[in-house]
Design a protein around this ligand. Sequence first.
Ligand code: HEM
Length: 407
Amino acid sequence: MVEFDAFDLEHRPDPYPRYRVLRETAPFCPVRLGAARVTVATTYEGCSAVLQGAEWGRGYTEGLNPFRPGVAPGEVPGGSFLGMDPPEHTRLRGLVSRAFTPRASLAEAPFVRLVVDRLLDQAVAAGGLDIVEDLARPLSLAVMCRLLGVPTADGPSLVSWIGGIARGTDPDYLLTPADIVVRTAAARDLGRYLFELAATRRALPRDDLLSRLVTSQRDQEVLTEREVIELCGLLLAAGLDTTANLIANGVLALLRHPDQLALLRERPEILPAAIEEMIRFDPPSQFVTRVALADTTVCGRPFRRGDGVVVLSASGHRDPTAFADPDRFDVTRYAASPPARRHLGFALGTHYCLGAPLARIQAEAAIGALARRGGDLSLVTEDIEYRPNAALRGPRALLVNTPGTAG
Ligand code: HEM
């Protein structure tokens, strides 16, 4: 059993040295997480093998999941298909996947750019720019609200509910009893809110995803009302803090590596590659969890049905056997030929992030606009406070000086 402190709050600003210790100890480190004994996959090979293995999943329906010990067999806690295994997963994911294809996401790009410009102008006019609260969070909120058909005026309530749910995605052992109370209340309140909104859209459909879902529920009976609510809740919860952290972590990496910011400004065509490197270097989703659904062996290591694994992708991203000079932030890494190894920041396999194209578009618009605005873009302080979330890790605020706001 390895002493495991990588998720302690004190390491939130820089967990990478702790991940390195784990990686150098074993590719699969046995650790104690609260009352559970789980294994942490620390290498690129181990993480990607578990993510793609057919024997790995969520295990809620069979009562196997050790990360949420209070969940009874048969019960799938919030999160719709994110919490399910095939074939249920396949059915529900298929019902919304068309709204998230690369082409559908590209169609949102003009709106995304418009929102970015408006937010940046507003912040500069107000005399200060907090990348998190003035840009990243309102942007991801505006995009998801528009897509689903949720009134942006309800944004503050959504942000607060989704904050509680995002914190609650950490394994229960990392949460306080108060966090669990907040998660339960947030999921309940968001569900009630979406239930009422679904009724409104059913009476008067519009051109949005929620209307399409309630219409297909009525016309084709392919979905229960509860499924509609859970699907929308998942999309909202999955699309806000993740994207906001991608933008904030990415900007922070650039500001801490001014040579890389200069390079990006010189070669704006590498922006998409730079975003991939930001996800590799400091991923918004540090880890995901999986459960062995059957006895299996991964990279020579046997697992029993019901064993839980923390897939620490953020450690796999710093594995020197997968990435050359992995602790170096290099905006050209994914622009090089042959391309760098695929990162695991959107996961792999069954649960591969549905929103990846839309998240990339938002990150490109926000970070591209900041880079283009030129001038001296710098941090107001190096003292960055992080949210307590271990999995969906990101700063609470990121104050920057821009030409319009400095001094
Ligand atoms: C527009 C924004 C986003 C939306 C709508 C979205 C949506 C989703 C959905 C619906 C899933 C569940 C997929 C499934 O179970 O089949 C998912 C999974 C995932 N997403 Fe995203 N996502 C977004 C942004 C991001 C970002 C920015 C990241 C990090 C770079 C991210 C990382 C992940 C990961 C790691 C998973 C797998 C979770 C797991 O297996 O436990 N997502 N996403």
